[in-house]
Design a binder for this molecule. Structure first.
Ligand SMILES: [Mn+2]
Length: 318
């Protein structure tokens, strides 16, 4: 079988990075691939150019994660970019310029093929599912409990606990194999879903109360500003699942969260849909992208302006 990834030895200088606002799939995939490649190379750098959300601090070896700073690192032979639809998703850094070969591994339909080598499978449940086959088939590196734990975390979170349509029989076959390496499901479930702060739960109650419903109940919109986060003393990443409550309401087809970012004048939008609408298209209208049923964008403006522009776009779509 012809291998696409150049051969890796102990001197190969490797960088691995995923997107900012890290989720389970981005963190699970960079940690899994990083831990696997460390069995081959002594020069593996796993970069996270953002804070590690507390709920993921249980992942094995996360102390290895470093911030990329241009002046601290020389060139790399290989740079693996994971779970990023384009080469801006991991932040405004010069990492790709410093890398001889860029390997793009992703499952977003909006992926623009920015790598020298592209493993883009839009039918994969998660980037972790692709990384599983790259580690085992392409690199032929043996899995272990730590790698399996990282991969499982990415798959379970990106499939919404195996509920989304991207979940296939292959997904379950991969997971079955991961469990044989001793993945502790109970421990992962506890960290991901059963350890929410009291403040974040009260915050959830408040924003659901304030949620607005449009287009005969088909659209649910939640807006969150920085003052509200301060009032409840929560970080946005603590409440990342809020949008699912809006999506899961009977009759709702599209759920949107519009959030004031910490950067001045920046607004982050998350989209989810149930069956009938393509929210990747909706996100594109704001310069973003993602999947048909889950997508996001970062734009400039005020909460009010963005909401108005969103309602105009929704009116044409629904
Ligand atoms: Mn993903």
């Amino acid at each position: 079988m012809n291998k696409l990834i150049p051969s890796i030895n102990s001197d190969t200088r490797i960088a691995i990075i995923a997107h900012v606002n890290p989720d389970g799939d981005s963190l699970g995939s960079i940690m899994a691939l990083g831990l696997a490649l460390m069995k081959r190379s002594n020069q593996v750098n796993i970069f996270l150019n953002d804070e590690l959300p507390g709920r993921y601090s249980f992942l094995p070896e996360v102390h290895l994660l470093k911030k990329y700073q241009s002046n601290e690192f020389d060139d790399f032979d290989l740079c693996f970019v994971l779970d990023c639809g384009d080469d801006r998703r991991f932040g405004d850094i010069d990492l790709l310029v410093k890398s001889k070969e860029v390997i793009n591994i992703d499952h977003h339909v909006s992926n623009n093929g920015f790598g020298d080598i592209n493993f883009v499978r839009t039918d994969a449940s998660s980037t972790c599912e692709i990384v599983y086959s790259i580690i085992t088939e392409e690199l032929e590196i043996q899995l272990d409990e730590k790698i399996a734990t990282c991969l499982y975390t990415g798959i379970v979170t990106d499939t919404g606990n195996f509920r989304y349509e991207s979940t296939t029989s292959y997904t379950h076959k991969v997971v079955a194999e991961l469990l044989d390496f001793g993945v502790n499901i109970q421990e992962i479930t506890f960290n991901l879903y059963q350890n929410n702060s009291l403040n974040s739960t009260k915050f959830l109650g408040h924003v659901l109360n304030q949620m607005e419903i449009y287009f005969n109940g088909k659209v649910a919109i939640i807006t969150i500003d920085q003052d509200l986060l301060k009032e409840f003393d929560v970080k946005y990443e603590e409440v990342e699942g809020i949008i699912n409550y809006a999506r899961d309401i009977e009759g709702v087809e599209v759920a949107v969260i519009i959030k004031e970012a910490t950067t001045d004048g920046e607004i982050k939008i998350s989209f989810r849909s149930k069956k009938n609408y393509d929210v990747n298209e909706l996100a594109k209208g704001f310069g973003g992208g993602g999947h048909k049923r889950a997508s996001g964008a970062t734009t400039k403006g005020t909460l009010t302006d963005v909401k108005e522009s969103l309602l105009n776009k929704l009116e044409k779509m629904i």
